[in-house]
Design a protein around this ligand. Sequence first.
Ligand code: PDD
Length: 278
Amino acid sequence: MEIGYFNGKFISLEDAVIPIDERGHQFGDGVYEVIRVYNGKPFMMDEHLQRLIKSAEAIKLPLTDGIEELRSLINEGITKAGLADCSVYLQVTRGIAARLHLFPDVPVSISMTIRPAKALPIEMREKGANAIILEDERWSNCYIKSLNLLPNILAKQIASEADCFEAILVRDGVVTEGTSSNVFYVKDQNIYTAPLTRHILPGITRIVVKEISKALYIPFNEEHFAPGKLTQADEVFITSTTSEVLPIVKIDGQAIGTGEPGEITTRIYEQFQAKLIE
Ligand code: PDD
């Protein structure tokens, strides 16, 4: 069953628990993680929790819980939910205090939801997805997994209305990432992706793909590239905790490579699936 958690209590997702002065609600003043659980085991949990702690530090949020505490909270939640394949959403905010911009001296709020994992439509997985290119209108610190997702959701909505699954974002003429994914292309048996700067989220799935590329002896190049490289690529794919490794077969209406999921993308996806049952 799906369940929620707020500041020390497991709750039903229908329960009204967030006070109006919660700073996540008032200001989006917090950070979050999404962790996928496969067969009862949270995948790359420590990496996600390390990133959460880094995000919290970057916004000076005094998260006193360490990896150990967060890990046991998540495991307790998964056991309570009794879900083998689920997604954990964990959010930490600067707490509950009368609305004032300055940091309050109150405990942080921790909330969590655990829901059954939603698989992408099989057709999209097998045939690949479409994307559009949009200007990256986000702030300068996208390496922080902050709650402020307004530019991301606006871009994702534009993509959806154009019958696309993802919007690929461009800042100063170079591709950064998707609204909720990292972006890769394959050219002449090489993989390319944007380098880790403050303009992109250091994806956990990206780490896994980098490891897989190494194991398969496929050169993995982290360099800035213009959006034109994508439309001229042999293959394009995106990665995220929820979409895993997903081929992109059309961008701005233009077919990529053969217009079907490419060989390298498929190999990476297969290796990714193999890691989930290790
Ligand atoms: N999004 N870039 C952005 C902007 C993201 O929001 C995400 C993940 C990624 C991929 O990161 P990872 O591989 O660690 O999931 C890249 C999550 C899934 C979300 O907000 O739902």
